[in-house]
Design a binder for this molecule. Structure first.
Ligand code: XMP
Length: 326
């Protein structure tokens, strides 16, 4: 629409003018907001922008590739992927407590991002350029919730991977500050981003790390990634992506139950499906998914995911249950 088009034009002109010949960096999370903010700034200043994507090893199947391939193909953005999975997994070894997990993931994220940032600044300095700007996908509701402050990183730790470093000498570019989520999606569409990114359902910053009840290990992540991929595939095939707010799949890693699979007795883990409908994640209701769909998901998971022998459905609304299990 012309409104969305004019938002883009206005922002592009303003960003160009403000940045001048300097450089900017942006942390991509895989989510809608940072993707649209980055695409907008990229439209304005091209390769004066560098995006950094920290792969913490807690992403879902195909998500890192989606950023690396589809997002780059759609925007032409200059991207650095930091593979930090080993580092995150060692830091998380032996930890089961959900808040402890969040703290560790947030802390490691900041360290890895700061390191990437320092490298960029050093490289730019070597060719006499100045990295002066940090791009963030702050939306209007974030601004309101944080008291409308300007000029500082003002993201709630709950909603991002620990927020970003505070001692920055960067100026912030927040091109989505006046927009609501649906407007951000329209801007994303206008900028030619793929539907899978523009209409992505919410996914927590700490990723699958808070969907494994118990300790996080590589094996458990692999199991959960497979089960989650099946659920997403079937929900998409059933045409339910836009009706469902999100559908966490949770691995009860410390629980085992007896099953019979193939010729033998198994002693495997259950997964929980948590499909919810919601307007804003503050409250939610469990989604009444069709039984046939649930049956198909259950059959596929128990056939295809080794060590998962039971599929359960969470029928708790929020409140009292939160959307995530951790
Ligand atoms: P809960 O579980 O509190 O979740 O009902 C509400 C919404 O927030 C997401 N969520 C998170 N997002 N970091 C995030 O970036 C987190 O630590 C986190 N915990 C929950 C959740 O997916 C849901 O959309």
């Amino acid at each position: 629409s012309w409104t969305t088009g004019s938002i883009v034009d206005e922002q592009v002109a303003a960003i160009r003018e403000r940045v001048g010949g300097k450089r900017a960096i942006c942390a991509l999370s895989g989510g809608v907001d940072s993707a649209v903010a980055a695409a907008l700034v990229n439209r304005a200043i091209g390769d004066q922008l560098t995006c950094v994507y920290v792969d913490h090893g807690l992403m879902r199947k195909g998500e890192t590739e989606q950023v690396e391939k589809d997002f780059v193909a759609a925007t032409g953005v200059k991207l650095r992927v930091v593979d930090a999975a080993d580092r995150f997994l060692s830091a998380l070894a032996g930890v089961s407590d959900p808040e402890q997990k969040r703290k560790i993931i947030g802390r490691e994220f900041i360290r890895v991002f700061e390191q990437a940032q320092a490298e960029l600044v050093a490289e730019a300095g070597a060719v006499g350029e100045d990295v002066a700007f940090l791009v963030q996908g702050t939306l209007y509701p974030d601004v309101v919730e944080s008291g409308g402050g300007t000029g500082t990183a003002n993201i709630k730790s709950h909603h991002n991977v620990g927020g970003l470093p505070e001692d920055l000498e960067f100026e912030l570019i927040e091109p989505l500050r006046k927009l609501f989520k649906d407007e951000v999606r329209m801007v994303g569409q206008e900028l030619g981003l793929p539907d899978e990114i523009v209409h992505r359902q919410p996914f927590p910053g700490p990723g699958l790390g808070i969907r494994i009840v118990g300790e996080i290990t590589r094996e458990r992540l692999d199991l959960l990634r497979e089960a989650d991929a099946i659920v997403r595939e079937e929900l998409t095939a059933a045409g339910l992506d836009r009706e469902i707010w999100q559908c966490p799949v949770v691995l009860l890693a410390d629980v085992r139950s007896v099953g019979v699979q193939g010729d033998g007795r198994t002693y495997g883990h259950p997964v929980v499906l948590r499909p919810v409908s919601s307007e804003d994640a503050m409250t939610a209701d469990w989604s009444r998914l069709p039984y046939d769909l649930l049956a198909k998901i259950s059959t596929r998971i128990t056939n295809e995911v080794r060590d998962v022998n039971r599929v359960t459905l969470d029928i708790t609304s929020k409140p009292p249950g939160t959307i995530e299990w951790e």
